[in-house]
Design a protein around this ligand. Structure first.
Ligand code: LRH
Ligand code: MN
Length: 390
C-alpha cells in the first residue's frame, strides 16, 4: 500500500473512550486519588476532549449508567458537541446495588431466580436505551456479573435460559437502528460459573436474539493463552462481531494500557479485522461491517489522560501495521503452506516502524506530533487541579 493511501486508511480509525476511565481507578487494596481528577460527567467530557485534541482519533465517549447518568441528557449532548465529541455505546450496570434500590443484585440480575429482580434489571437496561437515544448513542453494551462462586450454587442451564428471556425483553425495546452487545467474561466477581463466560455463550445469545445482537470482545476477558485473534475470526465469520474493549493484561482482567503487555497479540487482532475489512466477499455481503472500537481500562497509577493518549496511539499503531501486511503474498504462502514465508510476511509488517505515518495522520488532523509531550507542556492537569480544587 503506498504511503498516501496508507495514511488515508490509517486516518479512518476512531476509538471511543470510557467515561469511567478519567478518574484514577483502584483495586480492593485501595485507590490513589490524583489532583485535578474530574468530579462530574461534564468534567470527564472536558478530559475526553483533551485526549481527542492530542490524538485526533478519539471523537466519542462511552457512558456507564448510573455512574455517569446525566441529569439533562440533551444539555450533555450539546456540551459534548461543543467539545467535538459524540456518544458511543451505553453501558448498563446491574452488578452493583444503588442506594434505595428495591431488589439486590447479590445473586444476579438478568439471571436471578426472582422475576422481580430480573424485571428491575430489564427496566434499568431499557432506561439506558432511553438515555442513549437522547444522547445520540446507537448501541447498548450488557456485561453481567451474574454467576456462582461455588458448585451447586446455580442451575447452570436455567440461569442461562432466564438470562436469554430477560435479554429478549431488552432486545424488544431496541430502536431499529441500534445494536446490543453482550460482553463475555470467564470469572470475577463470580469465581466458579459466570453465566456469559465465553464467546460461545455470547454468540448463542446473539443468534437467539436477532440481527441487531452482536458480541463484544474485551481483551482482558479471556483465560491465559486464549487465542483471542481466533475468537475474533470466528465472530467475524458468524457476522456477529459487534466491537471491542481494548486493554491489556498479564494475569487476569488487569485492565492495563492497550499494547503495553502483548503488543503482538493486539497486532494479530487487527490483522484479522483488516483482513475482513479488505475481503471483497465481506465488503459485498456486509457493507455495515464496522466493529465499535472502545477502550476499557482502569488507570490506577498513570495520569488517566496520559494513559488514554498512550493506549489510543498503540491501538492506532497496531491497526496501521495491520494495513501494511502484504495480503496477496500472505495468501500465496498460506496456499502453498510455506510456513516460514507466511510468518515472515506478518512479522515484516509488525516490525515496521509506523510512527511517521501516525504522526502524519495527527498532523493532518491538527493534533501534535508528540501528544504526551504536548499534553505535559499544556499544564492541563495543574490548571484543572486549581480549577477543580482537588
Ligand atoms: C467488566 C467490564 C465491563 C464494564 C466494566 C467497567 O470487567 O469490562 O465492560 O462494565 O468492566
Ligand atoms: Mn469491558
Amino acid at each position: 500500500m503506498k504511503d498516501e493511501e496508507l495514511t488515508a486508511q490509517s486516518s479512518l480509525l476512531e476509538i471511543a473512550l470510557p467515561s469511567w476511565g478519567f478518574a484514577q481507578g483502584g483495586t480492593r487494596f485501595g485507590r490513589f486519588p490524583m489532583a485535578g481528577e474530574p468530579r462530574t460527567i461534564d468534567e470527564k467530557l472536558e478530559d475526553a476532549a483533551m485526549v481527542h485534541r492530542m490524538t485526533g482519533i478519539t471523537p466519542r465517549v462511552s457512558l456507564h449508567i448510573p455512574w455517569d447518568k446525566p441529569e439533562k441528557p440533551k444539555a450533555l449532548r450539546k456540551h459534548a458537541k461543543g467539545l467535538g465529541l459524540a456518544f458511543d455505546a451505553m453501558n448498563s450496570n446491574t452488578f452493583q446495588d444503588q442506594p434505595g434500590q428495591k431488589h439486590s443484585y447479590k445473586f444476579g440480575s438478568l439471571s436471578h431466580t426472582d422475576r422481580a429482580v430480573r424485571k428491575q434489571a430489564i427496566e434499568h437496561n431499557i432506561e439506558c436505551i432511553e438515555i442513549g437515544k437522547a444522547l445520540g448513542s446507537k448501541a447498548l453494551t450488557v456485561w453481567l456479573a451474574d454467576g456462582g462462586s461455588f458448585p451447586g450454587q446455580q442451575h447452570l442451564r436455567s440461569a442461562f435460559t432466564r438470562t436469554l428471556d430477560s435479554l429478549h425483553e431488552i432486545y424488544e425495546a431496541l430502536p431499529k437502528d441500534w445494536r446490543i452487545f453482550t460482553e463475555h467474561k470467564p470469572f470475577e466477581p463470580a469465581f466458579y460459573s459466570t453465566v456469559v463466560q465465553d464467546w460461545g455463550t455470547s454468540l448463542m445469545i446473539a443468534c437467539e436474539l436477532g440481527p441487531q445482537a452482536f458480541c463484544l470482545v474485551d481483551l482482558g476477558h479471556h483465560l491465559p493463552n486464549c487465542n483471542i485473534e481466533m475468537v475474533v475470526a470466528r465472530l467475524i465469520e458468524a457476522n456477529r462481531l459487534g466491537g471491542f474493549h481494548f486493554n491489556d493484561s498479564k494475569y487476569a482482567d488487569d485492565d492495563l494500557s492497550a499494547g503495553s503487555i502483548k503488543p503482538y497479540q493486539l497486532f494479530l487482532v487487527f490483522n484479522e479485522l483488516v483482513d475482513a475489512q479488505l475481503d471483497p466477499l465481506i465488503q459485498r455481503l456486509r457493507p455495515r461491517f464496522q466493529p465499535a472500537y472502545m477502550i476499557d481500562q482502569s488507570h490506577n497509577i498513570k495520569d488517566p489522560i496520559e494513559d488514554l493518549i498512550q493506549s489510543s496511539i498503540e491501538i492506532h499503531r497496531a491497526y496501521t501495521k495491520a494495513l501494511l501486511v502484504d495480503r496477496a503474498a500472505l495468501a500465496h504462502y498460506q496456499e502453498i503452506n510455506d510456513v516460514v514465508m507466511a510468518e515472515r510476511t506478518l512479522k515484516e509488517a509488525y516490525e515496521t516502524d509506523v510512527s511517521p505515518i501516525l504522526a502524519e495522520v495527527r498532523r493532518k488532523k491538527g493534533a501534535p506530533e508528540d501528544p504526551i509531550a504536548a499534553y505535559r507542556e499544556s499544564g492541563y492537569r495543574v490548571a484543572k487541579a486549581r480549577e477543580r480544587g482537588n
